[in-house]
Design a protein around this ligand. Structure first.
Ligand SMILES: [Ca+2]
Ligand SMILES: [Ca+2]
Length: 266
């Protein structure tokens, strides 16, 4: 079965781009002369600055317009259609299924809490046939927040942990496997600590990409993890919205989940 459920990845990418660019493709003229068709002219008139913007409904206020939800396969009346704790908005952004709670799979999700004492650890492994060069653990992309949230709230680190068989590596430090030679299973440790001084009081998720580079080769491994941050209920006193001055376009809370501000559906 196609991972991600209702649409193949490529189709969903087109869907995403269409939505980000202002929704569905417009009608084009049938004779190919470049002149706008009646439908296209009508759309142009509607889009004119002198005309009011066409309303876009977001019944459940989760940041996805109803028409986007219908195309995506999620329920326009539920913030989290499959009840896995990840909002439909996040699942749309992360290309996971909004109707299958097993996607993303549990082994790719880090459950976290927005409390100072929160700590999470995950070991990820991969097999690499080394040529004698070094291998460096690294995050392959900046932790990506969704719902407009600040990824700096995540304090994450990655380090070299172990090699099997050990004799295939001359030395292991936190930042590298030295002189990897032959087929070797390398283990990386991903650690997260909650770095924020304030809590948001709503549940949200981030994407992180632990991986590794090899000397003279480039990227040899990449894994995608979802960081599912649970709200600290002690911070959830301001019902309806979350504010954090100076920290960007903060989300609102609907059904306990962080979502974009009203009117920002896509
Ligand atoms: Ca919606
Ligand atoms: Ca969900």
């Amino acid at each position: 079965m196609q991972r991600g459920g209702v649409y193949p990845r490529a189709v969903r990418l087109v869907l995403l781009l269409s939505v980000l660019c202002g929704c569905a493709p417009r009608a084009v003229n049938a004779n190919g002369d470049g002149a706008p068709s009646p439908d296209a002219r009508s759309d142009a008139a509607i889009d004119s600055p002198s005309m009011p913007e066409r309303p876009r409904e977001d019944t459940d206020r989760d940041g996805l317009c109803d028409d986007t939800e219908r195309a995506f396969g999620s329920d326009p009346t539920r913030v989290d259609t499959d009840g896995d704790g990840l909002s439909d908005h996040f699942e749309f952004t992360a290309y996971t299924s909004p109707v299958r709670a097993s996607d993303p799979p549990p082994d790719s999700v880090l459950q976290w809490s927005e409390r100072p004492e929160s700590y999470v650890e995950r070991v990820v492994t991969f097999v690499y046939r080394g040529n004698g060069g070094a291998v460096y653990p690294a995050f392959l992309d900046t932790p990506a927040g969704v719902d407009g949230l600040d990824p700096s709230r995540l304090g994450m680190s990655i380090e070299a942990l172990s090699a099997t068989p050990p004799s295939n590596v001359s030395r292991i430090e936190a930042g590298l496997f030295a002189s990897v030679l032959g087929s070797t299973r390398l283990a990386l440790r991903v650690v997260g600590t909650y770095a924020a001084t304030r809590t948001l009081g709503c549940r949200r998720a981030y994407l992180v990409y632990p991986g590794a580079h090899a000397e003279g080769v480039g990227t040899i491994f990449a894994r995608r993890l979802v960081v599912d941050v649970h709200a600290d209920e002690r911070a959830a006193s301001d019902a309806g919205s979350v504010t954090d001055a100076g920290q960007g376009p903060w989300a609102f809370r609907v059904d306990g989940l962080c979502v974009p501000p009203p009117g920002a559906c896509r």
